[in-house]
Ligand binder design. Structure first.
Ligand code: SF4
Length: 269
C-alpha cells in the first residue's frame, strides 16, 4: 500500500503549470479509522462536508457504505486504503514514518526527472500537527526530535488546518499553513479571525459558488482584513499551491462532494 498520491487529482495537476509536482497523503478523516486525526472537526462542523467524499473517494457501487469504526463511508477502494494508512499511522508509527520517508525520497527524484519542484501536502484529509510528530518516536526529547520537515528541507510542504493554535508557534521554514474557516460555531469563527489578526494566518473559505470576481467576504472577514490594512482575495481553485498566495490572503474555494449540500455553516453562501 502506497502512502503518497502523486499528481493524481485534477487540482494538484494544475500545479504543474506553475512548475510544481505535488504529493498528497490521504488518511481517513476524523474518527473514521478509530483514532481522531481531526481534533477540531466537531467545533468547525466539517465532518459531514469533508473533502473525503469528493472525487473518486465519494463513489460507491449502488450507494453502498461501510462503517469501520462507527462512521459511514462510501464502500470503495479509496476509502479502504485511507483507513488502512491511518491504522498504520496509529499502530506502527515508526514503520509509517520510515515508509513516508522512502516515498518522499522517491518523489523528490521523480520531480527532479520531470524538471519540477516537489511540493507535499500531508493532511489531504486529516489535521495532524506534523510539526510536532518526530520521525523517530524513540528520540529522548520529542521537543527537539527531527520532523519530516527537517529531513526534506528542499520540499515545500503545505496544508489546510482547522487548528488556529498552530499559528501561535513558528512553523518550519518549508511548511505553509492556511486556516480553514467555518461559521458552524461562533467560537470557531472567532478563533479564526483572532489567528488572522494576531498571526497573519491566511483564511481559506469554502463557498457554495466558489470564487467570483465580485465575491464579497463575510462581514467579520472583511472587517479583519480592513484592520490589517490589506485584503488579498484569491481563487483557491485555480491551483492548490497555497504557499504561492500573498501573505495573509483570503482563499475562496468552491464546495465539492457532500459539501455542496452542507448547511452547518462550514460552507458559506
Ligand atoms: S475537513 Fe479537514 S478537519 Fe474536517 S473532517 Fe475533513 S480532513 Fe478533518
Amino acid at each position: 500500500m502506497k502512502l503518497l498520491n502523486i499528481d493524481a487529482n485534477p487540482k494538484t495537476v494544475k500545479g504543474q503549470k506553475q512548475g510544481y509536482m505535488t504529493a498528497v497523503l490521504y488518511l481517513a478523516p476524523f474518527t473514521a479509522a478509530g483514532i481522531n486525526v481531526c481534533p477540531m472537526a466537531e467545533l468547525a462542523g466539517c465532518v459531514a462536508a469533508c473533502l473525503n467524499t469528493a472525487g473518486r473517494g465519494g463513489i460507491a457501487k449502488g450507494g453502498a457504505t461501510f462503517a469501520p469504526h462507527g462512521t459511514e463511508l462510501p464502500d470503495n477502494a479509496v476509502q479502504r486504503a485511507r483507513v488502512a494508512r491511518t491504522r498504520l499511522y496509529a499502530e506502527y508509527r515508526d514503520a509509517f514514518m520510515r515508509q513516508l520517508e522512502r516515498e518522499l525520497h522517491a518523489f523528490v527524484r521523480k520531480a527532479a526527472r520531470a524538471g519540477l519542484v516537489p511540493a507535499a501536502r500531508l493532511n489531504g484529509t486529516s489535521d495532524i500537527v506534523w510539526e510536532r510528530v518526530p520521525v523517530d518516536s524513540s528520540h529522548p526529547d520529542p521537543r527537539v526530535a527531527a520532523t519530516i520537515f527537517d529531513l526534506f528541507p528542499d520540499v515545500q510542504f503545505y496544508d489546510y488546518t482547522k487548528l488556529p493554535k498552530r499559528f501561535a508557534r513558528p512553523l518550519p521554514a518549508n511548511y505553509h499553513l492556511s486556516l480553514s474557516y467555518s461559521e458552524a460555531s461562533k467560537r470557531y469563527a472567532a478563533l479564526c479571525f483572532a489567528a488572522a489578526r494576531e498571526h497573519d494566518a491566511p483564511l481559506a473559505m469554502v463557498t457554495r459558488k466558489g470564487y467570483t470576481a465580485d465575491c464579497t467576504l463575510p462581514w467579520a472577514a472583511g472587517e479583519t482584513m480592513r484592520q490589517r490594512g490589506e485584503c488579498h482575495v484569491v481563487d483557491g481553485d485555480a491551483h492548490d499551491l497555497r504557499f504561492l498566495d500573498p501573505p495573509g490572503a483570503v482563499v475562496i474555494l468552491r464546495a465539492k462532494g457532500r459539501a455542496r449540500k452542507d448547511t452547518t455553516g462550514f460552507v458559506i453562501d
